[in-house]
Design a protein around this ligand. Structure first.
Ligand SMILES: Cc1cc2nc3c(=O)[nH]c(=O)nc-3n(C[C@H](O)[C@H](O)[C@H](O)COP(=O)(O)OP(=O)(O)OC[C@H]3O[C@@H](n4cnc5c(N)ncnc54)[C@H](O)[C@@H]3O)c2cc1C
Length: 482
């Protein structure tokens, strides 16, 4: 094994931070460059996607990949998970039938059971038998009369507020509840920061932008030029990992590497429902993407805060928000309007307008969703999608030359697949021993949940979001073996 290998990681999103943590644990000297002042500060990450049940349009295989990858991610960052289930509802305005979802759910349940048989520590979404439950209209009518509980732990208890508040006339039956959990970006950021700060092998450079990259002589690595505190520095690295998120193409362009990718700007809105004092599950109201009845996602945070996605052009999606690279550049060019939102700020009028539309989109299905106010700026950003298929949800990493990896995750859950592929390359190059590949247990740290909450509160304050968003609803639904 070659000693003293130096690796540069450009971009401290969930991809760059996680690969840095993993390589650092394997004893590799990593420099992580992040132009913002904290890590995991990019586009929102709010759903774990353990089974991909929010995406009716993707294949069964992709859903099974998401299930396995999500279990891996949950074990890596257990304190960042909101252990609350998700309700799947098909509105009458939608062409779909809830029964169309059954086959896939059964397939996922079987796959989850197989993963548990393979490794009992995979049982993190509760027992396979309880992966999902179907609710008839009659069962929901019964739950309507029950008293809401403070710490729901059974599917029925979680379903009570939904049964009490949804407009039965707007939905097709049955409804489904599934163990699809939330992922809290502030807690993810805090968890990764704590692990990075503890590592002797990771040099984290925040407020540091990589401004140029040059390939050294063939097979000997890259010179990375970066800017920190108005000073430019150049350093040599043996391996380069490009984890620059939607700006991955800019690094490719510096090195004249040609790849096709899409970039999509999207946002989710933060609201406060004053009269809501009880805990909710996530609720998904399906709908065709890009139409006025596009899917509505109702994502709960503690103390009456809700984050809303509405997959229409007036809410989450934007006209010309999806762009493709050109023959001359690997970097798709988002228009100035979006880059300003990402790098500077949003206009208050637009925040009000779009958040109010998001509130109205949910109110169609939950009429009691009133006394709701716009709480903060949205959670937003641009997402890279490798290739040219906009609905792709499972992607990990690609390689160019021997010493260059390009992280291309679309969902946070893919990070361990991405990491495994990079480690495989390192083994091939003689940088790591072969038993480093697929290693897991050495990765899991027992992080202190209270410490994470404390750091996550500071991140919420610094980034301008309600501090209640630093917490998860509670852990009453958390599996015993976690
Ligand atoms: C509205 C919306 C909702 C989403 N919801 C979910 C969800 O529920 N679940 C989920 O799993 N995913 C979700 N995603 C996708 C998810 O946000 C991305 O897949 C994920 O953030 C990608 O992580 P990353 O580390 O690859 O990139 P990023 O998080 O974008 O990180 C890249 C980092 O690189 C830094 N950087 C770029 N260029 C340079 C440079 N030259 N020098 C130094 N630093 C640089 C950037 O500042 C940034 O911090 C959502 C995306 C959007 C837009």
């Amino acid at each position: 094994m070659k000693n003293n290998i130096k690796v540069a990681v450009i971009g401290g999103g969930v991809a760059g931070s996680s690969i840095s943590i993993y390589l650092g644990k394997l004893g590799i000297d990593v420099s992580l460059f992040e132009k913002n002042d904290s890590i995991v500060s990019g586009p929102p990450i709010c759903h774990l996607h353990a089974g991909g049940n929010l995406y009716r349009e993707i294949s069964d295989e992709s859903c099974m990949t998401l299930l396995k990858e999500s279990i891996d991610l949950l074990k890596f960052y257990p304190e960042a998970i909101d252990y609350r289930p998700t309700v799947l509802a098909v509105p009458k305005s939608d062409k779909g039938d809830p029964k169309d979802l059954f086959n896939r759910l059964e397939l996922l349940q079987k796959e989850y059971s197989r993963l548990i048989d393979e490794d009992s520590t995979n049982e993190v979404l509760c027992s396979a038998k309880e992966y999902f439950k179907i609710y008839s209209k009659e069962e929901l009518e019964e739950l309507k009369d029950k008293v809401e509980v403070n710490s729901p732990s059974t599917f029925n208890e979680w379903m009570i507020p939904v049964a009490k508040n949804i407009d039965f006339d707007k939905l097709k039956f049955p409804l489904i509840m599934v163990q699809e959990y939330g992922l809290n970006i502030f807690r993810l950021s805090a968890s990764a920061s704590i692990m990075i700060n503890k590592s002797k092998n990771i040099n984290l450079f925040t407020n540091t932008e990589v401004i140029n990259v040059l390939e050294n002589n063939e097979n000997s690595g890259y010179n990375v030029e970066y800017k920190k505190d108005y000073q430019n520095k150049i350093e040599h690295f043996d391996y380069l990992i490009n984890a620059a998120g939607f700006r991955t193409g800019m690094i490719d362009d510096m090195l004249k590497f040609k790849v096709n990718r899409l970039v999509e700007f999207k946002s989710a809105y933060v609201t406060k429902w004053h009269s809501c004092l009880k805990m909710w599950p996530e609720v998904i109201f399906f709908g065709q993407r890009g139409t006025p009845t596009g899917m509505a996602q109702f994502t709960p945070y503690p103390n009456g805060y809700f984050q809303i996605h509405g997959m229409t052009e007036d809410i989450t999606l934007f006209k010309n928000g999806l762009v493709k690279n050109t023959p001359n550049s690997s970097q798709p060019k988002l228009s100035k309007e979006f880059i300003e939102k990402i790098d500077k700020s949003w206009d208050n009028f637009e925040i009000e307008l779009r958040t109010k539309r998001a509130i109205a989109h949910i109110k169609q299905y939950i009429p009691s969703f009133k006394n709701v106010e716009v709480s903060s700026k949205p959670l937003y950003g641009a997402q890279q999608i490798p290739g040219d298929e906009a609905s792709l949800r499972t992607a990990d990493v690609s390689f160019e030359k021997e010493r260059y990896a390009r992280c291309e995750i679309v969902k946070a859950s893919s990070i361990l697949t991405m990491i495994d592929e990079i480690v495989k390359k390192f083994v091939k190059l003689g940088f790591l021993e072969s038993d480093s590949y697929g290693k897991r247990k050495f990765l899991y740290e027992n992080l202190n949940g209270d410490l994470i909450s404390k750091d996550a509160v500071i991140l919420c304050e610094d980034r301008g979001y309600p501090t209640d968003m630093a917490y998860t609803n509670n852990s009453s639904n958390r599996c015993n073996n976690l």
